[in-house]
Design a protein around this ligand. Structure first.
Ligand SMILES: [Zn+2]
Length: 548
C-alpha cells in the first residue's frame, strides 16, 4: 500500500497512549473524556474481537460489552431479550472455483457464439446479497445509469425492450437529478428494472466518488454476504444475477457496440445523461455458493423521558457495532479491526450514556441508545429495527446517527448529512453557535453518504434524521487527510489502534454530540421534514402502516 511511514504512526500512538496513562495515574483525578472514549475502542477494535463480523463470536462479545455499559449507565433494557434484539440473516458465500462468468460474442445473432471468460476478482465480482440463479444466460443491454426518476421525467429504461435481459449500467447518475433523489433511486433501482422485465444487473463501479480502489475492494468478494431472513424485508426479490465490474477492465464489454467506455466516462464526468444501446453479446454465469442462517444482535437501552406529555416520544441514537471481520491479509494482517469504522461511534454512544448517568441528566423526551448490527451488510440491522421497533413506531420522532466521524484533525465544524432535509438543522445551528463551531452541508454529495448509513433505515420510515461528522471544507488540507484515510485505511486492516487520532477533536466532538441530543430531546415541537425535502414522502407513507 501507499503508507510511507507506518513505524512513525506507531510511535505517535504509543506516545499518545503514554500521555493518556500518565493523566489517569497521576494525582489529577478529573476523568479524561477522550481516554474513556479510547478505552472502548481499545476493546472493541482489539484483535481479540476479530473485526466484529455480523453473527461472529467477536460481534457477540462486543454486543455484551455494549449491553453491560448500558446497564452500568442505568438505561432500561430496550430490546426484546433484555438489551438484545436478535436478528436472523441468510449468509451466502461464493464458491469461486465452481463459479464462472463469461461473455458470449454473438455479432450475427446465432445462438452459439464465442465464449470469452471474465476473470473473477480481477475483472468482476458476484455480489452475494441476492439469491443468484445457479445459471444465467441472457443478452446484455447498456442502460446508462439504469435510473428511473419520475420527479424529473428521467427514465434510462424508456423505449428499451428489457424483458429477460441482463442490464449493464454505470453506477451514479446525471447532475440534472438532485443529490438526494439520485441517491434514493440508485438504492431502489431494482424496482423499476424488475418492472421492465430485467433478470440481472452488471454494474460498473463508477470511479467518481469511489472510496476503495478495486485492488482492495475485490478482496471482500470471498467473504459471506448477509441478507435479512424475514421474507418481505429484502427488496431484490426476483434478481437472478448481480455482478460488479472493475471500471479499469470495462472497455471490453463495449466491443462492437459502436460506443466505448472511455466515451461514456467522459459524459459521466461531465454529469451528463448516457446513451443506451444493446451490446452485441450475452452474459453467461454459473454461480455456486454456500448458504446458512446466522443470528446477530441489535443492542438497545432506553433513557426514559421526564415530561408526561413527551416521554412517549423517542429520539433514537444509532451507531453500528459490526465491522467486516477477518479477510485477505493486507501487509500480513488479516484482521479488519474497524477502530474508526465504527468502534469510534459506539464509544461516543457509550460515553453519552455514561455522562448522562453521572450527571443525572434526563430529558423531556425518551432517548433510545441503539447499537445496530449488519450495517456493513447493507444497513440490515437498522432496517430490521425500523421494521420491528421495540417502542411504538409512531413515537419515534428523530434519529441521530454516528458512523466513522473521523476525528483526524481539530474539531472546528460539524458536517451534517441531512442538514437541508429537516428542521433538525435548527438544533444543530443553535448548538454550534453556543460552542463556537460551524455547521456544514455534506461537501461530497457524490458519495451518497446520507443514504449509506443507518439513518437511511429511519428516513425510509418517515423519521427525520441526521448523521454527524467532524467537518472539513471541500479540497482543503483536511479533506486530503480524509481522502487519504479512506484510500489507505477505510475497510482495511490498518483501521486499527495504530493510527493517529486527534484526541482533543474526539473529546470536543463527543461533548458537542451531548448538546445535540439534549437539544433534540428537549425541543418544544417534534422535528419535521422541510416541505422541499424529497424524503418527506416517506413520512406520509408511514401513516398507512398499522401501529404495532
Ligand atoms: Zn464501514
Amino acid at each position: 500500500m501507499l503508507r510511507s511511514a507506518p513505524l512513525l504512526f506507531v510511535t505517535i500512538v504509543l506516545s499518545v497512549s503514554q500521555v493518556v496513562v500518565a493523566q489517569n495515574t497521576t494525582h489529577d483525578t478529573t476523568p479524561n473524556p477522550a481516554a474513556r472514549w479510547l478505552s472502548h475502542i481499545q476493546y472493541l477494535a482489539s484483535d481479540e474481537l476479530a473485526g466484529r463480523e455480523t453473527g461472529s463470536e467477536g460481534h457477540r462479545r462486543a454486543a455484551e460489552y455494549v449491553a453491560a455499559a448500558f446497564k452500568r449507565a442505568g438505561l432500561k433494557p430496550g430490546g426484546t431479550q433484555g438489551y438484545f434484539q436478535p436478528v436472523k440473516f441468510i449468509s451466502r458465500k461464493i464458491v469461486e472455483q465452481q463459479s464462472s462468468l463469461a461473455i458470449i460474442r454473438n455479432p450475427k445473432g446465432q445462438s452459439s457464439g464465442k465464449e470469452e471468460p471474465i476473470v473473477l476478482g480481477e475483472e468482476a465480482t458476484f455480489s452475494m446479497s441476492i439469491e443468484h440463479a445457479s445459471r444465467t444466460e441472457a443478452p446484455i443491454v447498456f442502460v446508462g445509469y439504469g435510473l428511473t426518476v419520475p420527479e424529473n421525467n428521467y427514465d434510462d429504461l424508456a423505449g428499451l425492450d428489457l424483458r429477460g435481459k441482463v442490464v449493464l449500467l454505470l453506477s451514479g447518475g446525471p447532475s440534472e437529478i438532485p443529490g438526494p433523489l439520485r441517491a434514493h433511486y440508485q438504492n431502489t433501482r431494482w424496482e423499476a428494472l424488475k418492472r421492465a422485465g430485467v433478470i440481472g444487473v452488471i454494474s460498473i463501479q463508477n470511479p467518481i466518488g469511489q472510496d476503495i480502489p478495486w485492488e482492495r475492494s475485490k478482496l471482500a468478494r470471498l467473504r459471506p454476504a448477509l441478507s435479512l431472513a424475514e421474507p418481505g424485508l429484502e427488496e431484490n426479490a426476483g434478481q437472478q444475477l448481480a455482478v460488479t465490474f472493475n471500471p479499469a477492465k470495462a472497455e471490453r464489454l463495449f466491443v462492437d457496440s459502436g460506443h466505448s467506455f472511455a466515451e461514456i466516462m467522459k459524459l459521466a464526468e461531465a454529469g451528463k445523461p448516457l446513451p443506451r444501446f444493446a451490446i452485441p453479446a450475452s452474459v453467461r454465469a454459473t454461480v455456486k455458493f454456500e448458504k446458512q442462517i446466522v443470528e446477530s444482535q441489535n443492542v438497545a437501552g432506553i433513557l426514559p423521558g421526564t415530561d408526561p406529555r413527551l416521554r412517549s416520544e423517542y429520539v433514537v441514537l444509532t451507531a453500528h457495532l459490526d465491522h467486516v471481520g477477518t479477510g485477505e491479509p493486507i501487509n500480513g494482517d488479516p484482521i479488519y479491526n474497524g477502530a474508526m469504522d465504527n468502534a469510534s461511534g459506539i464509544a461516543t454512544l457509550l460515553e453519552a450514556a455514561r455522562t448522562f448517568s453521572e450527571k443525572k441528566l434526563r430529558f423531556r423526551r425518551s432517548v433510545i441508545f441503539l447499537a445496530v448490527t449488519a450495517e456493513e451488510h447493507g444497513l440490515r440491522g437498522s432496517k430490521y429495527y425500523a421494521a420491528h421497533p421495540t417502542v411504538p413506531a409512531t413515537g419515534i420522532v428523530a434519529n441521530i446517527n454516528i458512523d466513522m466521524f473521523l476525528p483526524l484533525f481539530p474539531f472546528r465544524s460539524f458536517i451534517v448529512q441531512g442538514l437541508e432535509e429537516s428542521n433538525l438543522a435548527e438544533d444543530l445551528q443553535s448548538v454550534a453557535r453556543s460552542i463556537g463551531v460551524e455547521v456544514l452541508s455534506d461537501p461530497e454529495p457524490e458519495r451518497r453518504a446520507f443514504v449509506r448509513s443507518d439513518q437511511y433505515s429511519f428516513i425510509r420510515k418517515g423519521v427525520p434524521a441526521i448523521s454527524l461528522k467532524v467537518g472539513f471544507v471541500k479540497d482543503s488540507p483536511e479533506h486530503e487527510i480524509v481522502k487519504r484515510w479512506r484510500r489507505e485505511r477505510y475497510h482495511a486492516p490498518s483501521d486499527d489502534l495504530q493510527q493517529p487520532i486527534d484526541f482533543e477533536a474526539a473529546a470536543k466532538f463527543n461533548a458537542a454530540y451531548l448538546r445535540v441530543i439534549e437539544s433534540v430531546a428537549n425541543r418544544a415541537e417534534r422535528p419535521r421534514w422541510n416541505s422541499s425535502s424529497f424524503f418527506k414522502r416517506f413520512a406520509h407513507a408511514e401513516k398507512d402502516v398499522p401501529r404495532r
